[in-house]
Design a protein around this ligand. Sequence first.
Ligand SMILES: [Zn+2]
Length: 267
Amino acid sequence: MNGHPTRPEDFDLYALGVLEGEEKAAFEAHVPTCAACAEKLAEARGRIALLAFAAPRVEPSPAVKERLMRQIHSAPEGARLQQRERAPRDAERTESFFGRWWPVAVLAPVAAVLILVSVRLWQQNTRLIDELGEERATLQQQQAQLDEALDVVALMEAKDTISVALASQPGMAKGAVRVMYNAKMGMAMCDGWVDPAPANKSYQLWLVPKDGKPISAGVIEPSNGPINPWTMKLPPGVAAKAFAITLEPEGGMPQPTGPMVLVGPVS
Ligand SMILES: [Zn+2]
């Protein structure tokens, strides 16, 4: 063998210590002179080293080694192998035992290593994906907060933003709420406070337009005195007559059904 080993398995076989005779000599003569083959041998040694961790090393007998080598080498020439193996029944049975079981004995540790490595990679992957997912969620949350902050700034800076003070109606829950509204931007922001809503009820904020039905601007968390300032998107271009807060079944309604608790006319 003057050139590269022709069979890719020679590297594994050599690293396993089962390449013998002329083949071994030719292999050893060539590999030190060839960087590509030296690299392949290093890779094979790495693979074999992994095997050493996975299974106790068992030295096969020379006969078994030979048999294994023949089996591996003639695998691509299956037809010829079968012809050659038309031997007496007993011999065939004995041989086929080794033929069948030795590859299993050799391959089982390989499979075990592959499974271990795969499971570990899979676990690492899953963890990385989880971490990525969490970071993406955090980023999205931060982006949303930033967007909202920018919306608030835009809303407060716009010259055509109006401020509407909502006062509590006689006999109703106490509160004071301020709504900033920009019709062109279709955006409102609300803060202030209101007495906690009764159980199973929600406060709901409404834009009362000059024409048409009230438009829901969102539900105010019940049993929560101070309102966290929050921005809301509304259909743009709606001229407001007033803003109002009603008491509705928990979760709010498409149209107001309950009593008005706070009202603020647009001046
Ligand atoms: Zn080579």
